[in-house]
Design a protein around this ligand. Sequence first.
Ligand code: FDA
Length: 402
Amino acid sequence: MQQRFHTLVLGAGAAGLFCGARAAGRGLSVCVLDHSAKPAEKVRISGGGRCNFTNVDTKAANFHSENPHFAKSALARYTPWDFCDLMAKHGLSWQEKTLGQLFCDQRSTAVIQLLLDELDSAGGELRLSTEVSGVQHRDGRFVVETSAGEIEADNLIVATGGLSIPKIGASGFAYELARQFGHEVIPPRPALVPLTFTGAAKDNFAELSGVSCPIDAQARRGPEFHEAMLFTHRGLSGPAILQASSYWRETESVGIDLAPGWSVRDELKTAKADTPKINLSTWLARHYPARLADYMLTWPGMPADKQLANLSGADMEAADQALKHWSIKPAGTEGWRTAEVTAGGIDTNGLSSQTMESKHVKGLYFIGECVDVTGWLGGYNFQWAWASAAAAASAIDADRAA
Ligand code: FDA
């Protein structure tokens, strides 16, 4: 078995397979290695089985990082349309669902097959079920100790992802390796993850489990997200909440506008003139699912359930405040078990934004989710995987050949 390669890629997920295929396509000898028995498990479970493989509106502003400019270079050089071309080359089709999100018409396993075919046809090798126990850097080469013996490589690409969903192979390997080679790691935290609550809030939300409605959600450090919210047995989920969760920190509140894009005060004034005899509860039930409307009536600050004709200006102002400025204080998140991605990760200060190469060790690259670049929900994280992989693959020094 060949134990020496020009380039060894650790991690056969979205970023690792794509990087391996593109590097092998340059004529370099490449091996992609993974400890799991199956490659790209996250691609398989992504997008509800239809892989939301990119977002046509991708720009650096859709990502968070300690350095918001870091992703710009790679994203500009490998665009969503580049991956669409690759999909078309493999006979795959897609459709835009909402907010620029492109989903595969075929099962997400077809995207995995695309990645495997690209690697194979370029002459790259894939080794699964192979544990990595250590990495050394000797005489400018990387020596990787694995369950199948030592493998030597002139270039090492680390694409082992983040900590989310440990049961399908996630590990903190990339962070440990980065620290070993002198890199800083921004503390990883679960992102795109449901928010959990305790006490009365938890009980109330559990009662509403399954109810959803459009909202604007905003954590203190992030932008406002206009999408749906879903009540669950443990707390709050749905796209708007997942997006806000990526910016949320413990002890902080999340602001929710339950009347996104419309004025409660103006609507109530109009309703008071048009239908003065209906009660506030009826008005609420016309705008919200019945169970949610009932719950809203119990909120402190919400005016009592009286006929609209009897609502004062102050009552309408109070309803407006309550619905447009609902502030919730999560106790935590559902954690790594359900988080779609890991925020934080390898500090971009130690990496070249052009090539993803380490500034400390020549020939060492970090790509994909292990880097401190985290996309919003909606195909951005795969676009980062493709773009960072492409940046590294085209930058590998062919002259450091095996
Ligand atoms: P990824 O995690 O995909 O791959 C890392 C690989 O490294 C794995 O194969 C793992 O087994 C391997 N590995 C880990 N530790 C190792 C070790 N010590 N030794 C050897 N191998 C090791 N994004 C998006 O854009 N659109 C979407 O639709 C979705 N949907 C989605 C659903 C769900 C349920 C999840 C959990 C996530 C998503 N995502 C997503 C996020 C997306 O899946 C994620 O950002 C990318 O898969 C990251 O790609 P990477 O290749 O960087 O890591």
